[in-house]
Design a protein around this ligand. Structure first.
Ligand SMILES: [Zn+2]
Ligand SMILES: [Zn+2]
Length: 743
């Protein structure tokens, strides 16, 4: 009989496991990769249950099964059990993810007698680079960038020995036959081929900025005390950098760590986890100025383990190496344009770029700030059929593809206002389709954002016209709400969709929305009052303009004078009359942050609101703010009266700032929850959820959760799909998929 096993079953040591189980039972037959499934043939029909039971107990750690199909299809003529080479077949699922080097491999890596002692490309059947090296399915060496390296006889012996840890490990290699690191200088001259990692570690300890090529990209690395040089080099005035630490002990010296965070940090996914700083006066302060959190992670590739073996430092700054605004560099020759001191590069091609994933923990849930390495391209189950491609929004873009009841999302792409990023979106979408065995001819519909100027929308429209595919527009905050529905497996929610900005159905900039939503429709039951963006986008970079606009409308000239001089005021006043307006929650936070003197200039996306977060985390409800709601076609929570009250309070200390900030935001959230709860009552909905970029702000989520629970309603946050715009393509896909199923 034949058994077809579907799911993440390739590149995870599935065939060797089947082989071991089958031979231990004395079965005759075969196992092979067919497309992206695994097919097992067993001659002894009566032993099927015994075989499957034993297999289930011995599944490789990275395998996930979606379906097991048993066909009563007799086979004969097998004298033993064997692994057969792959054949082209139905492609239903994709490759496994890049997986941190396992403990067994780490042990070998530091065993002086092992032939892979300190060999940075060490890996086995259950660990190593996967997605970053795969060109096509099925997952065989010939379809990966390891095809450029011929196995030596030792590796071949391991590869063909059924009981070996590297039996059929497609990326197997060793110092004799595998890829190699070389250390280069600024002009591309070779500095060290014998001990490149050791030399690089010494130079970094001494204060050098180096670029280190990894599996799916390159990192700029340096010690903590070189942060200002790094900032100058990258043109990043105060944007935080991630830190890779030697081990958990090193992390705990600097940062707070709970059980969930520890589990994520040490998981095979190895994401960057945002952790709270233990004290505010330590070496890390300049790495993440004014935030109180650091993105920390642990070594995941062999290179990282070997680097720390030689480094004296307990941790190093480790940030994606790219030209600002563009995707991470992939090719060795491009690395040299980045102006580092040294370049630690290897000679294996990166096929698929994957940035490090970034997460934050909240009460057992995982907020994905960036879902990429270690998580892509795992799929999500979806309750609709059809082949839909969705393109995301403008920033933090991903695209998503549905096929056969599963949803696949690309790695983190970035900000598509830069052309190379749009190209990256196109190539990643095409690559994911290739891995799924799809072409544009298979696509039923394309989902895009409403925003007329988003490059992602232009890209979707272009494909739709070229291939004659239906184009469906999905409003931005509805897509956020739908991504939350899918994330939590429910069908309706009253969503607090809070973010910086998204294009509304009325053509205005939304961002502080209360949406009664399901997959088929949504109703905007409430929003924040609109405030003017003086000079449009400029008001986002310069939050003083928000403060100016607010206090001008409140006729509090003495307040505006604190933020802009007379000359500026004259110009801004003229601009105020024709300024576009926004109901964005993020802009209110920006204005508050600016008014309180916490952040008056945005140097990176979300900075004023992010810096306010630390104050919200420490603040208490010590001030009263009265809220007002105006009812028109929806309920509008008035924000200007809150600023009017704010102007009456004296602010002397940091504690005053924290308590004022907390009390102000609390009043706003409380009123929004009131409206959402009223909507639940009238429409028989039992859950209020929070989504959008603001929902990464843990103090705000905490406030909302407490307020929703007081109402006796369920409170929902994200867990698997990014809260922010990285989840938009998922929400678009779900909406388009459901609308199509209905019609
Ligand atoms: Zn391993
Ligand atoms: Zn070898």
């Amino acid at each position: 009989m034949k058994i077809v096993i579907k799911g993440t079953v390739q590149g995870v040591g599935f065939r060797p496991t089947v082989y071991r189980v089958a031979t231990s039972l004395g079965l005759k037959g075969y196992v092979l990769n067919k497309g992206s499934n695994v097919e097992v043939g067993i001659q002894e029909k009566g032993k099927k249950d015994e075989f499957l039971n034993l297999l289930m107990k011995n599944l490789p750690p990275l395998a996930t099964l979606d379906e097991i199909e048993v066909k009563d299809d007799p086979i004969s003529g097998y004298k033993d059990f064997k692994i057969i080479m792959s054949t082209e077949g139905e492609k239903t699922s994709v490759t496994p993810v890049d997986t941190a080097i396992c403990e067994e491999c780490v042990k070998e890596l530091f065993d002086e007698d092992n032939r892979r002692y300190l060999y940075p490309f060490i890996n086995c059947i259950s660990c190593g680079a996967r997605f970053s090296v795969i060109l096509n399915v099925p997952y065989d060496r010939a379809n990966t960038s390891m095809r450029d390296f011929m196995m030596c006889e030792h590796c071949l012996a391991e590869y063909t020995t059924p009981l070996d840890r590297r039996f059929h490990a497609q990326t197997i290699s060793c110092p004799r036959c595998g890829p190699k690191y070389t250390l280069y200088g600024r002009k591309g001259e070779v500095l060290d081929e014998r001990n490149p990692i050791e030399t690089c570690a010494r130079l970094v300890d001494e204060g050098a900025l180096a670029i280190a090529k990894s599996w799916g990209g390159m990192h700029l690395i340096c010690t903590f005390d070189q942060v200002n040089r790094l900032r100058k080099l990258r043109g990043r005035a105060s944007k935080p950098f991630a830190v890779m630490f030697r081990d958990l002990n090193a992390i705990e010296k600097y940062l707070e760590l709970d059980e969930q965070e520890e589990k994520l940090l040490t998981s095979a996914h190895r994401p960057i986890v945002l952790l709270d700083e233990r004290t505010l006066s330590n070496d890390l302060l300049a790495i993440s100025p004014g935030l109180g959190t650091i993105g920390a992670y642990l070594p995941y590739s062999g290179l990282h383990h070997v680097l720390f073996h030689y480094l004296n430092s307990e941790g190093i700054i480790m940030t994606s190496a790219n030209i600002p605004g563009e995707p991470m560099v992939l090719r060795n020759e491009d690395a040299f344009t980045l102006n580092a001191d040294y370049f630690l590069l290897h000679n294996r091609r990166i096929v698929n770029r994957v940035d490090d994933s970034v997460v934050r923990c909240y009460e057992g849930k995982t907020f994905f700030l960036r879902r990429s390495r270690g998580f892509v391209p795992t799929s999500l189950k979806i309750p609709y059929e059809g082949m839909i491609v969705s393109m995301g929004a403008g920033e933090n873009v991903t695209s998503s593809i549905s096929k056969g009841g599963n949803l696949y999302t690309t790695q983190y792409i970035g900000n598509t206002y830069h052309y190379p990023t749009v190209e990256y979106l196109a190539s990643s979408t095409e690559q994911l389709m290739r891995l799924l065995g799809l072409t544009m001819a298979d696509v039923d519909a394309i989902g895009v954002d409403l925003h007329p100027r988003y490059p992602t929308r232009r890209y979707g429209k272009q494909l739709s016209e070229e291939f004659g595919i239906e184009l469906v527009e999905v409003q931005h905050h509805w897509a956020h709400a739908a991504s939350l529905l899918l994330d939590r497996g429910i069908n309706e929610v009253v969503a607090l969709a809070l973010d910086g900005t998204g294009y509304g159905v009325d053509g205005k900039a939304w961002g502080g929305e209360i949406l009664n939503s399901n997959y088929y429709s949504f109703e905007r039951v409430g929003s924040l009052e609109e405030i003017p963006l003086v000079g449009g986008e400029k008001a986002i970079k310069d939050p003083r303009r928000l403060v100016f606009a607010i206090f001008s409308l409140l006729r509090r000239d003495t307040h505006t004078a604190q933020f802009v001089n007379e000359q500026e005021a004259k110009i801004l006043e003229k601009l105020l009359k024709k300024a576009p307006k926004t109901s964005s929650f993020g802009r209110v936070l920006d204005a508050l942050s600016c008014y309180l003197g916490i952040c008056q200039r945005m140097t990176y996306d979300g900075e004023p609101a992010m810096k306010l977060e630390r104050y919200l985390a420490e603040g208490k409800r010590r001030y009263e703010f009265e809220t007002f709601v105006k009812t028109v076609d929806r309920k509008i929570v008035m924000t200007l009266p809150l600023f009017d009250q704010l102007a009456e309070y004296r602010i002397d200390t940091e504690k005053d700032k924290a308590d004022i900030a907390y009390s102000f935001v609390y009043a706003l959230v409380k009123e929004m929850v009131e409206i959402a709860a009223d909507t639940c009552r009238t429409s028989d909905i039992t859950a209020i959820g929070i989504t959008g970029g603001v929902s990464y702000d843990v103090p705000i989520v905490r406030m909302a959760e407490a307020l929703v629970k007081e109402k006796g309603l369920r409170f929902l946050t994200h867990d698997k799909i990014p809260n922010g715009d990285g989840g938009i393509s998922v929400g678009q896909n779900a909406v388009v998929g459901h609308l199509r199923t209905k019609s």
